[in-house]
Design a protein around this ligand. Structure first.
Ligand SMILES: [Zn+2]
Length: 312
């Protein structure tokens, strides 16, 4: 058994967009707040990445990883300069289709559609898989957005895409998102950011049936990232946090060491050093003031809810 007595728990924060853009349904973290967060974290934690974990034998401070998903270009504009300023590393999990062809992830497209509905005060009739949805029965657009989001998680790629394309064209939805390309990914690496995989297509993996398609998401994405960027790819972050148990052997075979979840838990010290694939807990960060972000990283809100048996 490994001696892990010198090691501290590992906190992994899950981050997406760092931007000044307005998005009512999925608000990016403001760059100023991100900088305040990093400034606060470096005083309390030792910031590391997944590559470094096996070599860390002892630590006086708890370990923390800033773990980004998706590869929005605003990472280059707002996050990377802060990481450089405070000389800290991070992990960023990228999608092959986004790097190669600036494909916008479906969750962001859904966000553009609903922000457009909000701006224009629209409450249109929507139908999914030939069924008309009772949109008028929802209290507000936010409730409807989450209902549709959950429905789309259950659809296959084609049904989901048809639904989005139909609304985008019918309502002339504006919206553009710039994703990082291969040069940006190389620039991240050069600045000490570890690259991981966030799949090939960012499809919902729990609805993919075929092993060939799943291997494309797990195996091909890792191979292409590692060949094009000349780096070891250790981490895989599940798109939309959706996975099935039978994905784990495929991931292990593909060569991953860390499977990243978003479940608002920390990793106890003996949990993150192993020779086989490890499931890693991550805490989802949202745009709130730095005091609340600090409490979120410490799971304070969860502890309070538990104490008062309160469910928001
Ligand atoms: Zn994602």
């Amino acid at each position: 058994m490994k001696n892990t007595s010198g090691l501290k728990p590992l906190t992994v924060l899950s981050l997406h967009r760092i931007s000044t853009d307005k998005d009512f349904f999925w608000t990016p973290i403001h760059p100023h707040r991100f900088e305040q967060l990093v400034k606060q974290l470096v005083q309390k934690y030792q910031l590391v990445n997944f590559h470094q974990l096996p070599d860390i034998k002892t630590s006086t401070r708890p370990l923390l990883i800033l773990s980004f998903d998706d590869g929005y270009y605003d990472f280059m504009e707002y996050a990377l300069p802060v990481l450089r300023k405070y000389k800290v590393t991070a992990n960023h999990n990228l999608v092959i289709d986004c790097l190669t062809s600036n494909k916008v992830i479906w969750t962001q497209r859904l966000g553009f559609i609903f922000n457009h509905f909000l701006d224009k005060n629209l409450n249109p009739e929507l139908s999914l898989k030939g069924k008309v949805l009772e949109t008028k029965s929802f209290k507000n657009l936010m409730q409807l957005y989450f209902f549709i989001y959950k429905q789309l998680l259950l659809c296959n790629h084609q049904t989901r895409d048809e639904f989005l394309v139909d609304l985008e064209s019918r309502f002339d939805v504006p919206g553009k998102a710039r994703m990082m390309d291969w040069n940006d990914a190389a620039e991240c690496l050069k600045n000490g950011v570890e690259i991981g995989s966030h799949s090939y297509t960012h499809d919902v993996l729990s609805v993919i049936q075929g092993e060939v398609e799943l291997n494309k998401e797990f195996l091909d994405s890792r191979r292409i990232l590692s060949e094009r960027l000349s780096t070891e790819i250790d981490a895989f972050a599940f798109p939309n946090g959706q996975f099935k148990e039978n994905h784990l052997p495929l991931m292990e075979k593909a060569g991953y060491k860390y499977a990243l979840l978003v479940n608002d838990k920390i990793n106890e010290r003996q949990d993150y050093q192993s020779d086989s694939l490890l499931l890693i807990n991550r805490i989802n960060m949202i745009n709130e003031n730095v005091f609340l972000m600090g409490m979120r990283a410490n799971l304070v809100q969860q502890k309070v809810k538990k104490l008062f048996n309160y469910n928001a």
